[in-house]
Design a protein around this ligand. Structure first.
Ligand code: SF4
Length: 255
């Protein structure tokens, strides 16, 4: 069976996509200790193919650089985001920042977001959750508070941690999914409002059927319906985006 990567590569399209990214992964010195987590080799692999939108939730929240490190703690009221030394509560402020920033990012029309793993703000999964005193690790099932807010506000945004994208196949597949979405957006945006690009969408949907038969059939049915250009564009993109996110979360779809 074809993969999303083969589909895009087979079409000869460029892999240009617009992706959000945790700022420290770009080499920006925004970590709590003034350092970064940029890796030249890893960044070079994306070069020229991605427009990055840099976001550092902790800096943008006004915590400063350098700053007190923060972590997750479980107490009676659930899991909290607090300062490691001071115990200062940051969860509500981060949740409200995440909701606000996610709306701004939606307006920037991102195709996906690469998040820094193991961060109590940006990590998507598997974060240490400490006890109420911050001394013992109780579990390794925490999610970063910014990442949680981003997911809640933009559930159909493609997300991945950078550690998932170290392998070439995983990275290229992630990028192919994002690029596929960008291509559809570009085509729909450039279409005339009176004449939606039904032919392009029909060809695209028919080819997608080789990767995901149900998705392809649903998209073809959408194209056949007598929707006006705006309604068709909204429905087509929403369905495509949901399918891309679902396939990214399905380990069986791999590369
Ligand atoms: S992990 Fe997120 S919050 Fe921490 S420095 Fe990087 S971008 Fe900022």
């Amino acid at each position: 069976m074809l993969s999303f990567r083969a589909f895009v590569l087979g079409d000869g399209m460029s892999h240009i996509a617009r992706l959000g990214i945790s700022s420290c992964l770009l080499g920006e010195r925004v970590r709590w200790n003034g350092g970064h987590k940029g890796d030249e080799g890893w960044l070079a692999a994306w070069a020229g193919r991605v427009e990055w939108v840099s976001v550092c939730p902790e800096r943008e929240l006004g915590l400063g650089v350098p700053r007190e490190p923060i972590h997750l703690r479980r107490g009676e009221g659930g899991v909290r985001l607090v300062g490691v030394r001071s115990g200062r509560e940051l969860g509500p402020a981060m949740a409200s920042f995440a909701a606000h920033r996610a709306r701004e990012l939606a307006a920037l029309d991102l195709d996906g977001f690469v998040l820094k793993s193991r961060s109590p703000s940006c990590g998507l999964a598997g974060l240490p959750v400490h006890d109420e005193r911050g001394e013992l690790v109780l579990s390794e099932d925490g999610i970063g508070r910014f990442a949680a807010g981003l997911q809640a506000e933009l559930p159909d945004l493609l997300l991945a941690e950078e550690r998932e994208l170290l392998a070439v196949d995983r990275r290229e597949t992630f990028l192919a999914r994002a690029a596929l979405l960008r291509r559809a957006k570009r085509m729909l945006a450039s279409a005339s409002s009176s004449e939606p690009p039904r032919r392009f969408l029909a060809i695209e949907a028919a080819r997608l059927r080789a990767i995901d038969p149900l998705l392809g059939a649903e998209l073809l049915a959408l194209v056949d319906r007598a929707l006006d250009a705006d309604a068709l564009a909204r429905s087509y993109l929403a369905r495509l985006q949901r399918a891309l996110v679902a396939s990214a979360r399905d380990p069986s779809t791999g590369a």
